[in-house]
Write a protein that binds this ligand. Structure first.
Ligand SMILES: C[S@@+](CC[C@H](N)C(=O)[O-])C[C@H]1O[C@@H](n2cnc3c(N)ncnc32)[C@H](O)[C@@H]1O
Length: 236
């Protein structure tokens, strides 16, 4: 922090540095928000930077984004906005980390809730958290450890939640995988709420027009701007 302050003063001056520091100190810091864990006696908080994720393959690692749990309120808002009968859908969280979005989705409840996570360490934390939820929800929750690229989607209607889990190279391959699965089972509904929908992710979705943008919501905190895509191939 000292280094940041020192170098900022050199770059933007003392007064401007002070203003930005005040904004930072007053801002909401999601990585230190323990409200969900206090209520549920879980461990879903904190942040794990990409450099500390236990992913052996270097290329995959640098296409992975850091771990940060979605605030429960945001996940609830996303799910309610879908305006669906959740019991008719499976909810899959691509990059489920310690599992917070899964546990919140299970409140609705969905037919099935599945977490897909590449990090063994985060997967283990999610398993411990899940043990505390058994018996508290009627949703069946399943944790799948591995690369999202290798995950085979279940049949039926799907909500595929993504909190900006990976970089564009992996996102492209995942969308191609989803598209193939959709083509093999025509008629089912596939919805993708994408949280932290920054330009680079939107640009990837634009390359796959079968995923139509149906909602684009802004937030003063950029981390929570989100978009909703629905799989609707041309002519459907
Ligand atoms: C921003 S966190 C999302 C946390 C969680 N979805 C939530 O909303 O609480 C992104 C997660 O994606 C995981 N991830 C990154 N690349 C992945 C990949 N190729 N396959 C599976 N998970 C991946 C990271 O390990 C990290 O836990």
């Amino acid at each position: 922090m000292r280094r940041v302050v020192r170098e900022s003063i050199g770059l933007i001056g003392f007064r401007m540095t002070l203003r930005y520091l005040a904004i930072y100190l007053l801002s909401y810091k999601p990585f230190s928000d323990k409200s969900y864990d206090r209520q549920h006696e879980t461990d879903t908080g904190g942040m794990v930077p990409t450099s500390e994720l236990d992913i052996e393959d270097e290329a995959t690692k640098w296409q992975s984004n850091l771990y940060l749990g979605s605030p429960a309120r945001v996940t609830r808002h996303l799910v309610r906005s879908l305006d669906i009968s959740c019991a008719d859908y499976s909810f899959i969280d691509y990059g489920s980390g310690k599992g917070r979005a899964l546990f919140v989705a299970a409140e609705f409840p969905f037919k099935k809730v599945i977490g897909v996570e590449i990090s063994q360490a985060l997967h283990r934390v999610a398993e411990t958290n899940l043990a505390k939820f058994r018996g508290k929800t009627s949703s069946e929750i399943e944790l799948w450890r591995g690369n999202a690229l290798d995950y085979e989607l279940p049949s039926g209607n799907l909500v595929l939640h993504m909190y900006h889990p990976f970089g564009p190279d992996v996102l492209k391959l995942v969308l191609e995988h989803i598209q193939r699965a959709a083509e093999e089972e025509p008629g089912r509904k596939i919805l993708i709420p994408y949280l932290f929908s920054i330009g680079v992710a939107k640009a990837v979705f634009r390359e796959y027009p079968a995923f139509r943008l149906v909602r684009d919501e802004l937030c003063v905190n950029n981390l929570y701007r989100w978009t909703l895509y629905e799989y609707k191939p041309a002519g459907s």
